[in-house]
Every structure is written in C-alpha cells, then in structure tokens.
Design a binder for this molecule. Structure first.
Ligand code: ZN
Length: 153
C-alpha cells in the first residue's frame, strides 16, 4: 500500500467514525446563537448551536441528519471550534474552504489544517463540497446573527 493510499484509508476511517459516533450532537438549551442549514442537493439538514462568552466560542453543538460527509464534517467542526474567537473561526473556515475547493490537479492540498485534513479528498468531488461545508456555513450564519435558514443553493 502506498503512503497516499494509507493516508486515504485513515481519513476514511476518521470520517466513518465521526459519522457513526458524532461528537457534540445534542440540543443546547440556552445557546448565544443558532442557525439552520440545508443542502437540497443531498438532503443534509443541520442546526448549529453556539455559546459565546467574551468573544470566544465556549461551546458548540449540532443536531440534524445528512450523509456521512456532512455529518462527520459537522462533528469534526464542533471539536475544533471550542476556545476559538469569532475571527479565528472565520479564518479557519476560509482555509478549510480553500482546501476543499482547491484544484485536485495540484500535488498537495493546502495543509496545516489538523483534523480538517481528512476532508481533502472532497476536492475531487465538487458535489460533495456542499456537504463538507454545510455545517460551517451554518455556524457562520449563527455567528453573524442571521436567523434565516442557510441554503447551499
Ligand atoms: Zn451530503
């Protein structure tokens, strides 16, 4: 097995694990902000809850259902956002978005994204990009105080 294949297999296992046992998949009773997101192309639908204190995300959770990519992306997102400021969360999403929309013809996707790198293979499947970014778009809408449900269309 090549190094690349090993990496891919590992990434797939992480995605499947988060899909099966999503982290922070719960209702938050008193969130600072919340938003709903819907990806009509795939049928993914999530609500994201955020608790903000002193400009920091102190708790984040989500509820909903969707495909393995969207669900595991929401789950992994909740594990990386705690303790981040709003600006840091926005910057992280910008880099994540760059990675999943980067040209698969390039040798390496932009790196240094830690756990989020498991989604680098998504760039080869443009239709899956919306699945991988849905929870993030929803989280940003919540941070920005938008109450209208987010749609990827
Ligand atoms: Zn999906």
């Amino acid at each position: 097995m090549s190094e690349d294949t090993k990496k891919r297999t590992l990434y797939e296992q992480v995605i499947l694990d988060h899909n099966k046992n999503p982290r922070n998949c719960r209702l938050m009773p008193n969130p600072s902000c919340t938003s709903e997101g819907f990806n009509p192309l795939c049928g993914d639908q999530f609500t994201v809850f955020l608790k903000i204190e002193d400009d920091k995300i102190v708790d984040v959770s989500f509820q909903g259902c969707g495909c393995a990519i969207s669900k595991s992306s929401a789950s992994i997102m909740t594990t990386v956002l705690k303790g981040k400021t709003k600006a840091e969360a926005e910057a992280l999403f910008a880099r994540f978005h760059d990675m999943v929309t980067s040209d698969p013809g390039e040798t390496d996707p932009p790196g240094d994204l830690g756990k989020l790198e498991v989604f680098c293979g998504v760039r080869e499947y443009p239709v899956r990009v919306k699945c991988a970014t849905l929870a993030w778009h929803t989280m940003l809408a919540a941070l920005e105080g938008k109450n209208n449900p987010v749609s990827t269309e």
